[in-house]
Design a protein around this ligand. Sequence first.
Ligand code: 5GP
Ligand code: MN
Length: 326
Amino acid sequence: MFSFDYPLIKKKLSQRRNIIITTHKSPDGDALGSSLALFHALSSFHDVSVIVPNDYPHYLKWLPGNNNVFIYEGNEQESDKLINQSDIIFCLDFNKVYRVDTMEVVLQKNQSYKIMIDHHQDPDDFCDQVLSNSNIASTAELIHDFLKEIDCRFNQEIATCLYTGIVTDTGSFKYSGVTSKTHEVISYLMKFDINHTLIHNNLFDNQNKSRFDLLRVCLNNLTLIKEKNAAIIFLKEKDLIEFNYQKGDSEGFVNFPLSLKNITISIFLVEFKDGIKLSFRSQSDFDVNMFAKKYFNGGGHKNAAGGFLNYRNIDKALDYVRTCFQ
Ligand code: 5GP
Ligand code: MN
């Protein structure tokens, strides 16, 4: 069992502290939205840095506070120094320390007080305090709860960041984890005069042409395992090169096959230089978290998970995926 001791955390935050906020590699809207919301909430009183393991897509770079985000990859020495000088590290939107990629070493060695706020199942034991609830659809919703508990004054910037985290991690309020409380939180955030139409436009209507080209290729590759109600799509490295792949271009591709009648499981593979990245989604009782954990060195949630295969060649990976269904 993990503990979350609000009185102790409030006491720690009652003095000016050096604080680091970090999140998982290839940060998404929930990771960045949660991190920047917490940054805005704490930086009026504390010295706060947001450090993310690597770069993130252009459609998240409009978030208020984006200029304050350090990228670890390429700035390791400076970042390690900041991390080692910190009193408190917030670990947001990840449950396993390997999810910070090359930041893992400094995070493990470092003696700062660590606070995890996350919504993935089975958190590892690397933090002093753990606020974890896998029934909540986004970390941003948990950050809202946390900020209320520590008596934070909300403002438009905090509300914009949290709205972004919630809307991206709920598939625009569609996924099963959405509750009446999620909508109550959104209702509260809207009181801070946020421009929700602009947020949606920035996130979803601001895509690269390369994304469209790659989507075309990807959907052309569709194969079905009908008896399992499963669909597989993929992109090869040569496609990424030909269509000038930019970070984030294939975000959400895994969801497209789910719009097919009778398809309740979707798998998306991308062949990168160092191996194959897989995404899994389900709309049934099929637990992709378990599936990703068992066969693909990964994990996530029951209906959305990711994994990785150390294969050089996508055809071999596709064969392996098919055998996992037998
Ligand atoms: P995506 O398919 O968008 O990369 O990931 C879907 C979900 O699975 C996200 O919640 C993400 O945090 C989680 N996830 C993706 N890759 C991994 C992984 O390698 N390990 C674990 N534990 N979770 C992952
Ligand atoms: Mn999340």
